[in-house]
Write a protein that binds this ligand. Structure first.
Ligand SMILES: [Zn+2]
Length: 470
């Protein structure tokens, strides 16, 4: 453990890093950081990943996670409730694929896994010729030529920066292919590394579109199909059993825990992460790490000699991965209750070491967060940039709530993201503890700062949960 207190004193006394007079007590920053760096976060993560396991929304694992989280808060004397929410209930089935033998080519298996919302193939599977595209525009240009075919969405994601660039192929590709009469879709895994593991993820099926079988393909097998297609037609046989359950929605819950503010309890700072995970791994980096950071923050805040000025509210959202119903339900419930959110910070960026803080707020917000984040210089994480947020807190933007997130080292995040390899062993305890420390301090600073952040401008785009997916 680093003795942060010593470093911290220097940082706090540096003139350019001095927070506004009387704002936040340096002694509290040092206490919070030191407490998080003791490393309780990795023990919390082990309970969730190794004890509860995979937590796909609607599954028994997700139910177990809700019970585990409630018990965790209760055992520490922290007020907790469950807010019921109906979630998309999709279940995985049998899944396999192979290149069909042809002249001069033997059959060989392909590593596939169904995407969320995929329809099943007929029980015996389906066989069709593959057509490769690299963009939705390229697909559109093919028009009816993809009818009855398997559309392969090819790309060249190399590192974390490629995720934003190519995620649209997975999110929108299968529905677009369905509209053009395709029989199925294969999406090259959105991954920065792979040991032939397919990476699943959400795909959007707008109303009026009939889902087709859709699967992620390992990077190696996407390369194989690309090479084979360069030599001539390729036929693939696909068996996918994944389907929406009957009924397609299942009861679940957000878990909401609170430490009541001492001076302005009606003003609420939300700290959020998502409790669900994909089913292939145990959701250690996505988003067990975030859950561990949120829980550790609450543990530390509850252990302080006094509560923060404002209410600190932990929200463990349900089904960020395959419908985001928990995010919408929390927003609607709090609107109906007239909740005054003054800030929300989300942890859904893995378990890498923290590098800074991101914020979306009104005029002067960046400077205010810079002052708050000054103690994080001890962790090399005091760099403050515009652009904070996250899927689960994003609906709060429509109420003008300032949104924040930690910036974290994500150089390996997409090696394992949404794959069977997202497991506990990928997490470096020290990096997670540092991320938890940065998160806990920002949460405390937001809840305890005498002046709240300036409200953010309301987004000009319509709420994503109200518009039909394109
Ligand atoms: Zn996530």
């Amino acid at each position: 453990m680093i003795p942060v207190a010593a470093l911290l004193t220097l940082v706090i006394l540096a003139p350019e890093a001095t927070p506004p007079a009387g704002a936040l007590a340096p002694v509290e920053a040092s206490r919070i950081l030191d407490e998080a760096l003791r490393g309780e976060s990795i023990r919390i993560l082990a309970e969730l990943t190794d004890g509860v396991g995979p937590r796909l929304a609607g599954s028994p694992g997700a139910d177990a996670a809700v019970r585990w989280a409630v018990d965790w808060f209760r055992a520490r004397g922290i007020t907790v409730r469950v807010d019921p929410v109906m979630v998309t209930h999709w279940v995985r089935g049998e899944e396999r694929a192979e290149v069909v033998a042809s002249k001069g080519r033997r059959s060989q298996p392909l590593a596939v896994t169904a995407l969320g919302m995929s329809a099943p193939t007929p029980p015996g599977g389906m066989t069709a010729e593959v057509v490769e595209v690299r963009s939705l525009e390229e697909l559109a240009a093919l028009g009816a030529k993809v009818k009855g075919r398997i559309v392969l969405f090819q790309h060249d994601m190399k590192d974390a920066s490629g995720y934003g660039k190519f995620a649209g192929l997975r999110l929108r590709g299968p529905a677009a292919a369905a509209r053009q009469g395709a029989a199925a879709a294969l999406v090259r895994s959105l991954s920065s590394a792979t040991l032939r593991t397919p990476h699943t993820g959400a795909t959007l099926i707008p109303e009026g579109v009939k889902a087709i079988p859709a699967a992620a393909l390992s990077v190696e097998d996407a390369e194989l199909l690309h090479r084979l297609l360069a030599r001539g037609p390729v036929t693939v046989r696909l068996v996918l059993g994944g389907r929406l359950a009957d009924p397609p929605l299942a009861p679940s819950a957000n878990v909401v825990a609170e430490i009541r503010g001492s001076e302005k309890p009606e003003e609420v700072v939300v700290i959020g992460a998502h409790l669900d995970s994909w089913d292939l791994g145990t959701g250690a980096i996505d988003d067990g790490a975030g859950v561990a950071m949120v829980l550790d923050t609450m543990r530390i805040a509850a252990s302080m000699p006094r509560p923060p000025r404002r209410t600190l509210r932990a929200v463990l959202f349900m089904n960020e991965e395959n419908g985001a119903e928990g995010a919408v339900a929390y927003h609607e419930t709090s609107l109906a209750a007239g909740t005054r959110h003054v800030a929300a910070i989300e942890a859904d960026a893995g378990a890498g070491r923290p590098t800074g803080v991101e914020v979306t707020s009104g005029e002067g917000g960046l400077e205010a967060v810079r002052a708050m984040a000054a103690p994080l210089a001890a962790l090399g994480a005091s760099d403050v940039k515009a652009g904070g947020g996250g899927v689960d807190i994003s609906p709060l933007a429509y109420a003008g709530v300032p949104l924040l997130s930690l910036a974290q080292d994500n150089s390996h995040y997409f090696d394992w993201h949404h794959s069977a390899a997202d497991t506990f062993d990928k997490v470096d305890p020290r990096a997670l503890a540092e991320a938890a420390a940065a998160f806990a301090w920002m949460a405390w600073a937001l809840a305890d700062s005498p002046v709240p952040l300036p409200p953010a401008p309301i987004p000009s785009t319509p709420p994503w949960w109200k518009r039909a997916a394109p």
